[in-house]
Design a binder for this molecule. Sequence first.
Ligand code: HDD
Length: 742
Amino acid sequence: MAKKPASLDKSAKSPKAPAPADIGGADIGAESPQKASRVPANAEITFAYGEAQADGGETHQVAGGDVATLTTQQGMPVADDQNSLKQGTRGPTLLEDFHFREKMFHFDHERIPERVVHARGYAAHGFFELTDSLSDVSRADVFQRVGERTPAFVRFSTVAGNKGSFDLARDVRGFAVKLYTQEGNWDLVGNNIPVFFIQDAIKFPDLVHSVKPAPDREFPQAQSAHDNFWDFISLTPESFHMVMWQMSDRTIPRSFRTMEGFGVHTFRLLDAAGKSTFVKFHWKPKQGLQSVVWNEAVKINGADPDFHRRDLWDAINSGDFPEWELGVQLFDDAFADSFDFDVLDATKLIPEELVPVRVVGRLVLDRVVDNFFAETEQVAFCTQNVPPGIDFSNDPLLQGRNFSYLDTQIKRLGSPNFTHIPINAPKCPMAHFQQDGHMAMHNPKGRANYEPNSWGPTQGGPREDPVRGFTSFAEVAEGPKQRVRSETFADHYSQARQFFVSQTPIEQKHIGDALVFELSKVERPDIRSRVVSHLRNVDTALATTVADGLGLAMPDAAVAAREPITDLPASDKLSIVKNGPDSFKGRKLGILLSDGADAALFKALLKAVDGEGAVYEVIAPKIAGATLSDGTTVAAKHKIDGGPSVLFDAVALLVSAEGAKLLSRDAAAKDFVTDAFAHCKYIAISAEAQAIFVAAGIADDLDEACLLLATAADAPAFIEAARALRFWPRELAVDLDAHPQT
Ligand code: HDD
């Protein structure tokens, strides 16, 4: 073969490894990659099996300090991680390159199957603290001692979208809590909605298939606004209560921190004598309930698809720990028998007016994960994980779930030893005779791996404990083997109506808007019509709004399996607006600054934000920031087109006359104000900033929630006003779809 001219033979001139700048190797310091390993100086990389490795591993000095030596998985120190082993400088890569082979092999196997539902999620650590003992009704250790803390891990999720989908999909949110109790892990695998679409678990694959992308085209992603979903819903009347919740702003929460969580099903609590009390579990956010509006959600998805995970990450890392109260609704057989609906039917809730929520503890999230994959991705929740003192009811949805979750963990995590993964391992003593299998990490010592055995107390291993051990409620069940749905599950519309009439006018409007939007994406008119025929059984005005919004002739009402109860009283607890926060704490103000903005105004605003326990971010024409009237420069978090107002709970515009002139010509700045206005946000406006509203064409519409910041003294009043979060009368006044009667 002809030898290449030396001038073309780049390898002859190029160094063994690229210069640090080429590989973005700021952490490499002055040394070449051949000599320095690329572990960032601040990395505390610990492997489940390798703390000794990180602690005791060889270190050497680079510019940033001591770092661990890069090794293979076998622990062999690596000399060069930039170049594969070749024959000659330009020759083929050699099969002998075991380091390359190991690195690629591991990379090629990095992915595990994502969850079939709830694939996109985000989690954090914290604790549960008992504030009121439940020892009167449950023997569960976690409910005995007031003040005692139990470690917790909580994963929030959307349901339909894949792992890489956006956070603000209109979707139910998962609210899965793992409490590492002294009697084993208790997984309360709930949602942010207290009811479910279906009554029997056998329908779950159909429900999920219908909402997921269609099998032929693999779209639409992370949304329910399509034919398949509404086709299924329109043929499944039991789903209509949940559909009302799904079409409400509950499914576009402002933050994980502002959602309620619900165990959904009726469970049992058992005392030491085996006496049963029915229970429904609630998580109530101390931050108050809050959602965004649909137009805002759509824009947030573009501006920051990670909006919810970033929010949780930032809040916890800044020390603003989100907190929920654990509430229980306790009731007995007599109540269950007298209730209008079956307590085993997961499409029904029990209004708090009928059975009050007793607060028994608090859940605090105070630590983000060290590693997303190890913890958030590998965590395995299973509804059947309950400690002694908590038991199941016969809810057919719960019964089916208890069967399903174990299956899914084997599929996803690949081994029956998934409980050996630290995030899934109980934090109490464990002892059993289950052994071997892939990746077995906790292996029993000694001879006995069966019981009963006669190897004595020291060698014979663990034994059952009939007193401490889990005992099921001794329920008597009998009847013919059959596939039936109980007659007591036949009511499909009464609580859907109750939910609707419990909403404030703006919330009712949003439900109507959402139905019109979703059904407008449904291409088959007969499916649209069938949905409206069910809505007629929920609320006539709502059905009319939706039919009008779609330009649809009003269909006959669907035939109801059981005549709906139409006089169930409104329940205030079902509304978001009625259960909002009473402060701006934990909320974010976006401050749009320009050069020359009034420094005193800015400082006064920051003081008010700080005093409220809120946070702020600065938006400016240039990311380097703005130089204020007193000459100080404030760095910006966002350049104007990267920081739209949808990312903030309220906004303030502090600009100079010159800045206002500049921004009045800028489309992003005009969007900033028109969106804030359209989304009913509180807006603070410096005198000069009014010009931007004129340019945006909304200067004449400004209302009492658009506050002029004339002097620094006006700042506290603005933050105080912003406690209301949104000024809903604005939408009811100007939105074309607003109900005339509201
Ligand atoms: Fe489920 C995951 C909540 C009904 C089968 N479910 C999953 C997660 C949550 C819920 C929060 C995510 C857990 C995590 O963060 O890892 N699921 C619910 C609620 C339901 C419900 C509140 C009704 C009350 N689910 C339900 C049924 C079935 C399943 C009826 C099947 C019979 N769910 C699963 C699953 C998943 C799951 C397929 C997927 C990933 C996983 O379990 O770990 O097994």
